[in-house]
Design a protein around this ligand. Structure first.
Ligand code: ADP
Ligand code: MG
Length: 384
């Protein structure tokens, strides 16, 4: 049965009435990786996989929540000490608390919800969950909180109630997402701009290596340190540089001998990626998806060879995509595992997926998972 009907049926069974339906989405990031902490751009979009929740005020001081996917019912109060034990319920509790902290009204409500964003695959199921409830509570309690603040409610929820020290991109994309559009977000100024993304004749597909190499968090901290080191060196000559992305290639060259070569290569990637996001935006305005794809390959090269956050499995899929003449392919997310994102011409889709499954399984003992994505709307009230 369709997700929406399952939710409505369960809600009626538990609570004996109907309420309003809300949904929000997971996200992809087309290009702009390891750029957020360097004051650069990210370029995400919401996808056609999300969380849907029916939500209605219940006149009590308790939240009564049922997760269809976990087949579990949880009740909790709205004070700081009422934090529930179940991880999924904590996401909802955190949204309530962060809304209250911002002066919003939240009273008891009922909810039944479900989703189809694969968990932990790099598509941000958690942001979809937070954004659905941040949007829904704002709507039903008429708080008038602006969209940026709704995204921050999700981010603070992760920081304060779920132990994840994330940036703003996932929640931003989930709240601001618009069908047929990607959103370029400047991570330094938080200015954003929509760009059309409607690749007729192409499909976007993710291939999930289903591996997560241990290195990820220590390497992440090292990459940040390298970027800060390069940035500090450049600042001596150019005090106006606040983040690495404020610098240019010539300024980086000036300090080449003064910093470890490794730090230089990391910084070289970051400056290249800054320009690539801008180039992708230009190409999209011309509907030139072949150029977009080529820039995706360049990002993969940079992440693999200069930034060194790829791994054998990701490089394998990327190389296979190139060999089969796939338009664009790169690792998406922090690296050391997770997915590649691929822009594939319609006629190549079937052979590419088939070949990727067979070849990958031969080499690594399991098939990659396949997620087709279409750029879709973010948080909204479901009216039809
Ligand atoms: P991701 O990279 O997908 O965001 P996270 O580990 O950050 O992975 O978030 C996954 C968590 O979000 C799950 O463990 C669960 O607590 C919650 N969650 C995501 N989707 C659902 C869902 N459909 N139903 C209930 N909880 C969900
Ligand atoms: Mg998450």
């Amino acid at each position: 049965m369709e997700m929406k009907s399952r939710i409505q049926e369960k809600y009626k069974t538990i609570f004996g009435e109907d309420a309003q339906l809300f949904m929000s989405a997971g996200r992809i990031n087309l290009i702009g990786e390891h750029t957020d902490y360097n004051g650069g751009f990210v370029f995400p979009g919401a996808i056609d996989k999300g969380i849907m929740a029916e939500v209605g005020v219940n006149g009590t001081e308790k939240v009564k929540a049922f997760s269809l996917d976990y087949d579990e019912y949880v009740e909790f109060g709205l004070d700081e000490e009422d934090k529930p034990d179940q991880a999924w319920a904590r996401y909802i509790f955190g949204v309530c608390r962060e809304t209250i902290k911002r002066g919003g009204k939240v009273e008891g409500f009922n909810t039944v919800f479900a989703g189809d964003v694969p968990l932990g695959a790099g598509l941000s199921s958690s942001a979809a969950l937070e954004s659905t409830f941040a949007y829904a509570l704002n709507y039903i309690f008429k708080n008038g909180i602006d969209k940026f603040e709704l995204a921050k409610i999700g981010q603070s929820d992760e920081h304060n109630y779920c132990g994840v020290n994330c940036g703003i991109m996932d929640q931003f994309a989930s709240i601001f997402g618009k069908k047929g559009n990607l959103i370029r977000l400047n991570c330094k100024t938080l200015e954003y701009k929509y760009f059309p993304f409607d690749p007729k004749g192409y499909r976007l597909v993710l291939l999930d290596t289903c591996v997560k190499h241990e290195l990820a968090s220590s390497a992440y901290n090292k990459r940040r340190a390298s970027c800060e080191n390069a940035c500090r060196a450049i600042q001596k000559n150019h005090p106006e540089v606040e983040f690495l992305s404020d610098a240019n290639r010539a300024w980086l060259e000036e300090v080449r001998g003064q910093i470890p070569e490794e730090d230089f290569l990391r910084a070289e990637y970051v400056l290249g990626e800054y320009q690539r996001v801008l180039d992708v935006c230009d190409a999209l305005e011309r509907e030139d998806y072949e150029t977009v794809g080529e820039l995706m390959y360049q990002t993969h090269f940079g992440l693999s060879r200069l930034y060194e956050v790829s791994c054998e499995e990701l490089d394998f899929l990327n190389k296979l995509a190139r060999k089969l003449d796939v338009t664009g392919s790169r690792v998406m997310g922090g690296g050391f595992g997770g997915c590649t994102i691929n822009l594939v011409r319609d006629e190549l889709y079937e052979p590419f997926i088939k070949e990727a499954k067979v070849r990958f399984a031969e080499k690594f003992g399991h098939e990659p998972k396949v997620y087709d994505v279409v750029i879709s709307d973010g948080a909204h009230l479901v009216t039809d």
